[in-house]
Each structure stands twice: as structure tokens, then as C-alpha cells.
Design a protein around this ligand. Structure first.
Ligand code: HEC
Length: 299
């Protein structure tokens, strides 16, 4: 602890006016210091983002900001050519079409997804994740889709792939070109704590290989792991769900977290657990200013 939170006992027994003055000055100082600490915590998310951006700008002086949304294809020329060829016949198109059909299906009670979302769910992907100040938790798009189902007495869908990934892909598709602007409400300690928990997770080493997310995507960015060059943290969330050629299916962002955890032989967490949602909150804030370009195709 940096300074004592409680005044020493003898100060608390005012014997004369001088002691009362000391207590007043002391309380005033504690108040000022705690305010300063609160303000510095508030400034932190944006400072973190700026620091991360300048790190990557220095590391890749020739890569344009928006290009980081294309992951490794921003700086790996050979992989980029292959990717552009794949984009001629995008493998995620089927998922977008299926997602649209699921999205427009009515629930048994006659309502539909459109009733749960702003603007009937069109072009709203950039509003997620957000911190719900009423429940004190981060709400992601996939969670919101399942909450919509449950509100309408439908069973929640399994996370990570399939029908849920298809609906999420369709919602991403209708939001292409919209700019990510995740807010960390600075007057809300719970929101700051959620951001901080995501950040801690990103920088903590884990698994038998003892790697943090940052070990690969910051420290080793641009280098290759088993022929896979490593992408930057900024721009990493813009394009999910993504069609993974290796798996032949759509994969949500949190399933990618799980895969990256698995790669370092750490036990992946449950999709949409508080921790993964906080991680998504942190990571999405780091991509503020990027345009959405999902869904995407990845190796
Ligand atoms: C052992 C190295 C390693 C670690 C540690 C690691 N990743 Fe990855 N990650 C990869 C590789 C390899 C890829 C595929 C190439 C790429 O896109 O960077 C990848 C891809 C990703 C992608 C998709 C990027 C895109 O453009 O589609 C995200 C998101 C991601 N990682 C997040 C994380 C998070 C969050 C953590 C920590 C939980 C993490 N990674 C830890 C190696 C790692």
C-alpha cells in the first residue's frame, strides 16, 4: 500500500485544536490522492490504446492503419495474394445467407430477432461489446443473440460455430464499414474493472508453454509460428466470425481465443464466460477507430 488509509491511533484522539487541524488536513490529502488515483485509472484505457498503436506504427512503418484489420495479410505479401484470390469467391457467403434466413425466422411466439435489437438488428454490430451498467457485465453480440432467444422462450444456441456463428456473420455483414467505438464508461468502476481484467488476461502467461497473448501478438508480432505469421492486437476483432479454411467452418472470436489458449497448452475457458467477455471488451477497445470488415476468411 502506498499510503496508510487509516490515521494513526493517536491522531484520532483529539486532545487539542492542533490535532483536529491535523486530522482535517490529513483527510483532505487522502481525498485529493484518491481522486487523483481515480482520474489516472480513467485515463488509462485510452492511454493504453495510444501506446499500443504507436508500438505497431513503429514496428510496421509502411502499413496503413486500417490494413491491420486484415491481420497477417497486412504485411505478409505471399499470404495476402492467396487471401485475395480466396476473397474472389468468399467462403463465408453461405454463412451470411444462412444467417439471414435464421435471423428472419420467427420464434414460436411470433417475434423475431429484429424485435430485440436497435434498428431491427441491421448495421448494429459496432455497438458490441458494450458494458451494461445495469447488470455490471460486458454484453457481446453472441450473448445478445442468445439473450434474445431466451427472452422469447427459445433455447440458447451453442456458442462458437453453427447457427449462432451464422447469425453473427449476417449481423457483421450488415455492419461492414461501420467504425468500432467501444466505450469504457469512465465514471463506472465496474466497467473499468472489466477492462482491466481483460487486459490482465492478455498480458498473463499461461499454459505449459507459458505464453501470454501478448508474447505472440505483441512481442513476436510479424514472426512466424509453424509457418503462421503473427497478427497485431489492433484490428484483430474487426472481421469475426471468420471462415477457417483449416476447419472448413465459421469460427467466432471467442472460439479463436480458445484456440489460442489451446495452442499454448492452457485449458480454454467457456465461451462467453465473464473472463472471455472481459477479454473481448479489452481487445475491441484496442480496435477503436477500425472499420468492421466481417465476416472474413482466414487460413
Ligand atoms: C503461441 C502464440 C500465440 C499466443 C500465445 C496467442 N495467439 Fe492468437 N494467434 C496465434 C496464431 C499463430 C494466429 C493465426 C495467425 C494470426 O492471425 O495471427 C493467431 C490468431 C489470433 C486471432 C485472429 C486474428 C485474425 O486476424 O483473424 C485472434 C483474435 C487472437 N489470435 C487472439 C489471441 C488472444 C486473445 C490470445 C490470448 C488468449 C492469443 N491470441 C494468444 C498465435 C498465438
Amino acid at each position: 500500500m502506498l499510503f496508510p488509509l487509516r490515521a494513526p491511533q493517536k491522531c484520532l484522539e483529539p486532545k487539542n485544536k492542533e490535532n483536529v487541524q491535523v486530522i482535517k488536513v490529513f483527510s483532505f490529502l487522502v481525498l485529493i490522492i484518491s481522486q487523483l488515483m481515480a482520474w489516472s485509472a480513467l485515463a488509462e484505457p485510452e492511454e493504453d490504446r495510444q501506446a499500443m498503436l504507436s508500438f505497431y506504427e513503429k514496428h510496421f512503418p509502411n502499413v496503413e492503419f486500417q490494413e491491420f484489420a486484415n491481420g497477417v495479410y497486412a504485411f505478409d505479401e505471399i499470404a495476402r495474394q492467396q487471401w485475395l484470390e480466396i476473397e474472389d469467391f468468399p467462403p463465408y457467403e453461405i454463412a451470411v445467407d444462412e444467417g439471414e434466413a435464421y435471423f428472419n425466422n420467427r420464434f414460436s411466439n411470433g417475434n423475431s430477432y429484429a424485435d430485440c435489437f436497435e434498428n431491427e438488428g441491421q448495421g448494429v454490430r459496432q455497438n458490441y461489446p458494450y458494458f451494461d451498467t445495469n447488470v455490471g457485465k460486458v454484453i457481446t453480440i453472441e450473448l445478445a443473440i442468445n439473450q434474445c432467444r431466451e427472452k422469447n422462450s427459445e433455447k440458447p444456441l451453442p456458442y462458437g460455430k453453427g447457427e449462432l456463428a451464422a447469425i453473427s456473420s449476417y449481423m457483421a455483414y450488415t455492419s461492414r464499414g461501420n467504425t468500432i467505438d467501444v466505450k469504457v464508461p469512465t465514471n463506472n468502476p465496474a466497467a473499468l474493472a472489466a477492462f482491466e481484467s481483460g487486459k490482465q488476461f492478455y498480458y498473463s502467461r499461461r499454459g505449459q508453454l507459458n505464453f501470454a497473448c501478448s508474447s505472440c501478438h505483441i512481442q513476436a508480432v510479424g514472426l512466424s509460428i509453424r509457418a503462421d505469421p503473427l497478427s497485431t492486437t489492433v484490428g484483430q476483432v474487426t472481421h469475426f466470425p471468420a471462415y477457417r479454411a483449416r476447419w472448413g467452418e465459421m469460427v467466432t472470436l471467442q472460439r479463436r481465443f480458445a484456440e489460442c489458449n489451446f495452442q499454448v497448452r492452457a485449458r480454454p475457458l467457456a465461451l462467453q464466460s465473464d473472463q472471455y467477455r472481459n477479454l473481448e471488451y479489452f481487445l475491441s477497445f484496442m480496435s477503436n477507430g477500425f472499420e468492421l470488415n466481417g465476416p472474413a476468411s482466414r487460413r
